[in-house]
Design a protein around this ligand. Sequence first.
Ligand SMILES: [Zn+2]
Length: 248
Amino acid sequence: MLLAGCAAQPSPAVRPSLSGSAPAAPIIVLDPGHNPADGGATSVRGTREIGYNDRFVAELAPALRAAGWRVRVTRAPGESISLVGRAQLADELRANLFLSVHHDSVQLRCLRQITKEGRPAFETLRPTGGYSLYVSKENPDFTLSYRFATLLGEQFRSLGRSPMLEHAGTTCGENRPLLDARLGIYQYDHLAVLRHSNVPAVLLEVGVITDAQDESYVNDAGNRRRMIAGIVRAVRVWIAQNETSVRR
Ligand SMILES: [Zn+2]
């Protein structure tokens, strides 16, 4: 589930070395979506999206560190940070890559409200699963952002995941332009965490937590390990392809 926002800034395509010594490892900023006060979508289990985002980032961060990169997270579980603040953190760190992590739902008219263990929950009216990726053409590093989204899409496809295409429709979605339907890459220019950043940035919707089958998929630790391994592979290829602009 996504929140839009406001104004862009110029971009350093090549980030200079901070010292004359050996190049430091690239910095990747991970951004678990939402804050405790809003929580994002409500799942088919009656739990909030933020918990899925926090868990995924908590598992992804060590996997990226183990691959040799430096990782920073925009907020710890329980903490809050503004949308612009998330992008600014990546700029301040002179990060190489920004990845925002969300879990998805559909428009309210395509959901039914149910009750799970006494909690209100939401369920899709018909099966609606899959991952999706967002990039902003207002991000100064759109080309590098899009290349990273492409690599992520290929990794998710190779796991057998399908892209979630409902956002391109007007019934259950928001009429969002699709840049690549096969890979599930949408254009969302006004997305604050993407457009405010001077860093190549992608937003990932891992799966649809209002869909019973997709929620079970993302809730499975083995599936998350496979998705995270795919993300690590995508980052590795992206860094190798962009060696000159990523090296410090
Ligand atoms: Zn969200």
